[in-house]
Ligand binder design. Structure first.
Ligand SMILES: [Zn+2]
Length: 194
């Protein structure tokens, strides 16, 4: 659960909420998310994902970064270049033992998530300890992994340019001592999400 912190929303002047380690603070009255992890504060109108099937368990929103980027992959052995664009969902929180749980954000790409802008937040929100700067490492790591198999890591030079990022709230359900997300229905012990 997030608590009130003495920061004001840039849009409605409401109090922003977050936890001690938060990188992103939320305005519950106008659904704005403010990333304070960089040099300047950057705020976003947040989007909400709506689950296909509603479950009868208490719901909590988990924040994700939705990142769109252009990339250039350079093969330094034959000097060829390849350009592309990609999008990623990166959790704005941390997951312990990510290997065990798999890469939730990548699997969301295969789902038909149609987030919409929302007006206010009336269900609990999980704190966001990961700012955009840290989330942006992820597209690079992913592309590195993908192309080092094809080209060889020693001949690989990758540039990633962020062309658009936003905050999306994905509903999770809480059941006993676990959370499960509303798109993949993967189950996480509460202690694994931080
Ligand atoms: Zn606000």
């Amino acid at each position: 659960m997030v608590e009130n912190i003495k920061l004001k929303c840039d849009k409605c002047s409401g109090n922003l909420s977050g936890s001690n380690n938060s990188s992103v603070f939320f305005c519950l009255s106008c659904a704005r998310g403010c990333d304070i992890s960089g040099k300047a504060r950057v705020c976003y109108d947040m989007k909400f994902a709506i689950p296909e099937k509603k479950q009868d368990f208490p719901m909590e929103y988990f924040p994700f970064w939705h990142i769109k980027c252009d990339y250039i992959v350079e093969n330094t052995s034959d000097m060829t270049k390849l350009e592309g664009e990609a999008e990623f969902y990166v959790p704005a929180f941390f997951i312990k033992n990510i290997n065990y749980f798999g890469d939730i954000g990548l699997y969301y790409l295969q789902k038909d998530i149609k987030p919409e802008y929302g007006e206010k937040l009336d269900i609990p929100l999980f704190p966001a300890d990961r700012g955009l700067g840290d989330a942006l490492k992820y597209p690079y790591i992913y592309l590195m992994k993908e192309y080092s198999n094809k080209i060889g890591a020693e001949f690989l030079n990758i540039e990633v340019k962020n062309t658009g990022a936003g905050l999306i709230l994905i509903p999770f359900y809480k059941k006993d001592h676990s959370y499960f997300d509303s798109f993949l229905f993967w189950k996480y012990p509460s202690g694994a999400l931080i």
